[in-house]
Design a binder for this molecule. Sequence first.
Ligand SMILES: Cc1cc2nc3c(=O)[nH]c(=O)nc-3n(C[C@H](O)[C@H](O)[C@H](O)COP(=O)(O)OP(=O)(O)OC[C@H]3O[C@@H](n4cnc5c(N)ncnc54)[C@H](O)[C@@H]3O)c2cc1C
Length: 306
Amino acid sequence: MADYDLIIIGAGPAGMTAAVYGARASLSVLMLDRLAPGGKMIDTSEIQNYTGMGTVEGAELAVRMFRHTQELNVEFDYRTVLEVQDGGAEKTVVCEEEGRVYTAKSVILCTGTTPRLLGATGEERFTGNGISWCAVCDGAGCRDRDTVVIGGGNSAVEEAAYLAGFAKSVTVVVRSRLSADPIACDKLLGLDNVKLYAGHDVLEFCGGKKLEAVRLRSRETGEEFSVSCGQVFEYIGQIPATGGFSGLGVLNERGYIEVNGQMETKVPGIFGAGDCVTKNLRQVITACADGAIAAQSAARYVRNLN
Ligand SMILES: Cc1cc2nc3c(=O)[nH]c(=O)nc-3n(C[C@H](O)[C@H](O)[C@H](O)COP(=O)(O)OP(=O)(O)OC[C@H]3O[C@@H](n4cnc5c(N)ncnc54)[C@H](O)[C@@H]3O)c2cc1C
């Protein structure tokens, strides 16, 4: 007999919402995450587009969602999931820690995405020592220092505005042009200590023991020059964290989980939700919506199985 009705892998907004809906549907639920619950919300300074919350710190929303799961007695454990195996009515979840294995009647995959790396010279050398992917975690290190943000989407623009609140200067570098919401772009470009280099490639991260500058090249003129900085933040997109699920045959060619409108994969009893599934808009609110639908589908599946 399976250990649980439902195992949820990933405790971001998708996973935590699935847990709430799963528990309220009377399923026995285990939620696993390799890190603290909250997912990318923990790394986000402010969330300003979650209906009803106005502006809320990402970490606060994460705590509120986790508390909600705990009020419903959802079991949570720190585990890195290596693989999910489909055994028909019983799925097996294999974890890294001591080879721990759990079984469940149904599984929801909510592992989100990880940041895409730029691949420029010097990136590896300065990772964690001048280059970061989390303004909330490492923003304090750029107080009164020149800072560079790479990227032009919502994440880049919103985090750049946050950093401009305490950095000496923030230079935003983007290959083409800003693609974030107009309201966020206007706010950023209205700040005195922000400069934008649109249409520029990052060639190299330069420095000795510490990062000292970023070398850029204009796509229009080919001109190369350096921008001094003590800290760089990269926000150039995400890649799905789905490597452990390739054996299920549910991934598309880009590694995203293919689901239908009910969040069902083609494997009965395996569902996907949040940023790791094929979709157009990757946001907290859409991750929550996916999680709710996936849990409802899982509950229906488990009822039919029983
Ligand atoms: C800098 C930044 C700012 C953002 N700002 C906003 C915003 O203002 N508003 C908004 O709506 N959205 C924002 N987003 C997007 C939003 O954060 C995501 O859409 C949302 O977090 C996706 O939720 P999720 O649950 O699908 O995945 P995630 O939040 O990525 O959570 C996935 C979880 O799965 C875990 N996990 C991964 N692999 C494994 C494994 N093998 N085993 C166990 N656990 C695993 C991870 O540790 C993580 O906790 C922002 C994103 C970024 C990067």
